[in-house]
Design a protein around this ligand. Sequence first.
Ligand code: C6P
Length: 424
Amino acid sequence: MSTDAANKTGKPVTLDAFDTERIKADFPILQEQINGHRLVYLDNAATTQKPRVVINALIEHYRKNNANVHRGLHTLAERSTEGFERTRAHIARFINVPDTGEVILTKGATEAINLVTYGWGEHNIKPGDEIVLTEMEHHANFVPWVTLAQKKGAVIRRIPITVCGHLDLSDIDKIITPKTKLLALCHASNVLGTINQVAELAKRAHEFGAVVVGDGAQAAPHMTVDIQQLGVDFYAFSAHKMLGPTGVGVLWGRRELLENMTPFNYGGEMIREVGYERITFNDLPWKFEAGTPNIADVVAFDEALTYLEDIGMDRIRAHEMALTKYALERLSEISGIEIQGPQDVESRGAAISFTDPTIHPHDISTFLDSRGIAIRAGHHCAQPLMRTLGKVATARASLYIYNTESDIDALYDALLEMRKYFGV
Ligand code: C6P
């Protein structure tokens, strides 16, 4: 039972059997004081904090097992390679794919999507082809495709959003058509929180033979992701948004597509035979992993996945839904605060963007920081979406497993204090 039982609304706590206080204790940084206040970390969509087991795994790797991977024949090289490949196998289980060769380790979701743009897009997108994006894409799943379209003379089509922040599928038959070569969409929006109907849209795009790229950066950390159910062709996400270290990301891709793609980077590790006349490439997944990878961080990511699994992804989703509901209710008690994105917690994640009519998001963030509360303010790398919303920026509180109702209460209290401070 959460120790948050005495939240300020007096409502019963819904976090039964989800012991957030125990979880919090596993994260050393959450014991920090910021500007004389306890740290209330609500910037989880940008990056999450790391539990002790992940930090220890990093130290342990460098203290006991450090060596390059896939190269040496000595004991340390074997240990290091084993740790690295153990994480790959774990990722495959985590997203329910049987073939570990389809799991490519990158430095983040951004690099994973760029890998598809270069490795697949460069050779398959032709003049006049259509690339379908949504209005809520992060730049990582927008800039590579728009740039590719400009280079190739392809056309960008966009799925608009409704006023409630869902994808507007009313004209979808006119947007996904036989001309569609690629559909790239986020599984969950980093600004609106919206969880998109990826499986349904992938099915539609596949009817026309299009390839589907899912950006899972804001979904994989928060819910069960079953690649086979999603039915996409590529799926990208980042370790650092799910308790893992920075500098590690995942691209899952269908074997038959990956086999036919050219490498993204060239160099060591990704080759089989090298000569002056002819070079042949390594098997999957190593064909896409040129150079020395981010070994220690990959090894430590294994612990992050175990930590999430020990709690259970479905329980994490349930915890976040309850907390998001509470946060939406509390924020809407503050007059003038405008919340972006869906109001129903079933169709949204825990990234909550909001604005105040008279206080700039940067000022909101700065004031909250003075009270120990970390949120993000800005365009959140989603400028096309900001234009659609008619905003230059929003403030965003994003929740994760260690957040409690008392964190939301602290946000609420500080926002009230801020409005008083600014004379609103
Ligand atoms: N969004 C945010 O504060 P990287 O930076 O490669 O780990 O992830 C990129 C990325 C891709 N897609 C979505 C939906 C994302 O939200 C992000 C990262 C962070 O919203 C940093 S801008």
